[in-house]
Design a protein around this ligand. Structure first.
Ligand code: M6R
Length: 604
């Protein structure tokens, strides 16, 4: 999605802004732009369709200044083009705005501005903001921005420069993240800490309905109504290097390879051997309340939804609480019955996914208790929730989620164990699951060592135009996630089905040109899974099995280490992340920036 970077201080601003934009490239975008306050006080703008390097090539040699804002745009209103790229200016070039989010009443506002004589040159919703701010008769920039926002319906994270107020950047947030970076005699603003953590780890995250004024040696925050708010900077957990590629060719590869240490982190400090349980203080749910939960509903999108499906199974198995997962994007539109005895869990890597956030807000409005299962500390979903747990995967930069999926599933295993142990899970079973969890980091390392074989298999299957992924019960969400990984990074069509449903339709697809990936854990359903493979073989289908032992019916088997039955899905997903990665590599795809996708979907 779109990205914002801004700086005010004493340093040459253009290189800082371009570097910040590069750090936001992972979010997905189609054009970029920058505006600085030049030596004479004029606003100087450069924009380019395409990548930040194309913008960089257009920046003139003499482009000096110490204040500026910049943007990467992901088209919503109007195609990707130089003209539609941000920043947007008013006709007198007094005001420059960069904006993330969507102005819902942009058409009405455009019509009104045109009737008043404004000339709008782009197809974007954002341009109206520049005109509205420029037309305000208020005395201060803060009041002008406030005036403009009063006419606006929609979501925004925005930053504004004004020729008549060269000593400041004014920013505002409603539904789209804005983070201030507090430096020594310099201030930063960004839509994501990744853009500023190389310069300062002291940050202030704005709340919805908050604005801020940044000057070189000072900042203040206030509501859109103008009352001051308190803003104590917090320290970002991660060093700048955590956002670098660390010697890997892609972030996806780096993040797949980091999973053993990431899992170690989600477990660290949480296991309570004495009572064969885990401590999850952030849930804000005491034992009595935990016992009173009648149902659990897990909401997330994409990979987080798939992690939630495995989570629901773990909770049912270990805590015997009826649980299910649903895409938040569907849930929020179907006027679901909100039950006071149901505990709602909102799952998100970024903590900013709009559909999940909107579902949380709707649930809260109806009095439900919502816990967050989130990776990014202090993100909107974490803050909106009544409590929750961080999954501690570390910064995930690649659009394609890998390590966060694994860590989220492990976090669900901890939650299931915790809920199980305040209900009917025995001490012996608690110990068994804890032992299984402790084995995971080493077992992940073992899986990662099989990468050369997986690469060979991925190259072998890379000519397939379509692939079928099947699994049963615990294996089914693994199959769904693996199919999503393959399609989003390699663009190979992939379809996931419960193996039990093969006879009810998908068997018709099976032929040599449509290979099947079968998830075949050594559990009570092993024979059923073998029978499904038999059916596929009988129709001349090619099979790649992910299993705990070589599978006779499969053409190829990726063998993964066995853990406790309940925890098997965690390890079985990892080789298929590598499979998707190597397929994409064999097909020459842009692995970290798959086409049409963005890392955080902060708009509807
Ligand atoms: O940040 P979130 O976990 O809320 O993001 C949800 C989905 O947009 C995300 O998982 C998406 O499906 C990824 N591209 C999957 O790799």
């Amino acid at each position: 999605m779109c990205g914002i970077v801004g700086y005010i201080g004493r340093r040459d601003v253009a290189p800082l802004l371009l570097e910040g934009l590069q750090r936001l490239e992972y979010r997905g975008y189609d054009s970029a732009g920058v505006v600085i306050t030049g030596k004479t006080g004029d606003l100087r703008v450069v924009k380019a369709k395409g990548r930040v390097r194309e913008l960089q090539a257009r920046v003139p040699k003499r482009f000096a200044g110490t204040t500026g804002i910049a943007h990467t745009r992901w088209a919503t209103h109007g195609k990707p083009s130089d003209l539609n790229a941000h920043p947007h200016l008013d006709n007198d070039e007094k005001v420059a705005v960069v904006h993330n989010g969507i102005i819902d009443n942009a058409s009405e506002l455009r019509a009104r501005l045109v009737a008043e004589g404004a000339e709008l040159v782009s197809e974007t919703d954002t341009e109206v903001l520049a005109h509205l701010i420029a037309r305000s008769a208020a005395e201060t920039l803060e009041q002008k921005v406030r005036d403009a926002l009063r006419s606006v319906e929609g979501t925004y994270g925005l930053a504004v420069l004004h020729r008549d107020f060269p000593d400041r950047i004014v920013v505002a947030r409603n539904g789209s993240p804005v983070v201030l970076g507090i430096g020594e005699k310099e201030m930063f603003v960004a839509s994501d800490v990744a853009a500023l953590v190389a310069h300062t780890r002291q940050v202030v995250t704005l709340e919805d309905g908050e604005m801020a004024t940044l000057k070189a040696d000072d900042f203040r925050t206030y509501t859109t109504e103008g009352s001051r708010t308190s803003a104590t900077p917090t320290t970002v957990e991660w060093e700048a290097e955590s956002y670098d590629m660390g010697g890997h060719d892609t972030y996806m590869h780096k993040e797949i390879c980091e999973q053993a240490e990431a899992v170690d982190r989600v477990l660290r400090g949480r296991i309570d051997d004495r009572f064969a349980t885990v401590r999850l203080d952030g849930l804000n749910l005491d034992a009595r309340e935990a016992r009173g939960v009648r149902r659990i509903k897990i909401l997330g999108c994409g990979t987080s939804y798939h992690a939630g499906q495995i989570g629901a199974q773990l909770i049912e198995e270990l805590a015997r609480i009826p649980s299910d997962a649903e895409p938040a994007s569907e849930f929020r539109y179907r006027n679901a019955v909100v039950d006071p005895d149901t505990l709602y869990l909102a799952v998100s890597q970024s903590g900013e996914t709009y559909d999940v956030l909107a579902a949380v807000q709707e649930l809260k409005r109806k009095g439900a208790r919502v816990l967050g299962v989130v990776n990014v500390v202090g993100s909107a979903i974490a803050r909106e929730s009544d409590g929750g747990m961080y999954v501690h995967a570390g910064p995930e930069v690649c659009v394609v989620s890998t390590k966060c999926f694994t860590n989220t599933v492990v976090a669900f295993a901890l939650l299931a164990l915790h809920l199980g142990r305040v209900r009917d899970l025995s001490v012996a079973d608690g110990r068994r699951i804890i032992a299984g969890l402790r084995k995971l980091p080493e077992q992940i390392e073992q899986v990662l060592k099989t990468e050369p074989d997986i690469k060979r298999l991925a190259t072998h299957f890379a000519d397939a135009r379509s692939m079928l992924f099947v699994g049963r019960v615990r294996g089914y969400p693994v199959a769904r996630e693996a199919a999503l990984k393959l399609k989003e990074v390699s663009y190979v069509h992939a379809e996931a089905y419960p193996a039990s449903e093969l006879k009810h339709g998908p068997l018709a697809l099976v032929e040599p040109a449509m290979p099947t990936v079968a998830i075949v854990p050594d559990d009570d359903l092993l024979e059923k899974n073998r029978a499904a493979m038999e059916e596929i073989k009988a129709r001349s289908g090619r099979i790649l099995a992910v299993a705990h032992q070589e599978q006779e019916k499969a053409d190829h088997t990726i063998v993964v280490p066995k853990n406790e039955d309940e925890l098997d899905p965690i390890l079985m997903g990892i080789p298929l992340q590598l499979f998707a990665y190597h397929t994409a590599l064999a097909l020459g795809r842009d692995i970290d920036k798959p086409r049409n996708l963005a890392k955080s979907v902060t708009v509807e």
